[in-house]
Ligand binder design. Sequence first.
Ligand SMILES: [Zn+2]
Length: 51
Amino acid sequence: MGEDYIIYVVSNLLLKGYTMTEKFCPYCGSPLMRKEGKVFCPICEPMAFQQ
Ligand SMILES: [Zn+2]
């Protein structure tokens, strides 16, 4: 899982109105994202935003 992929995923989520938190996933190093009070890792929990 490359850093470029993480940046790509995070950038797309920012465009969709998600907020990047100051915390990072302990498993993959991606910034944790937040929307509507829910915080999740976009790399490890992709189902969280595929709705
Ligand atoms: Zn992760």
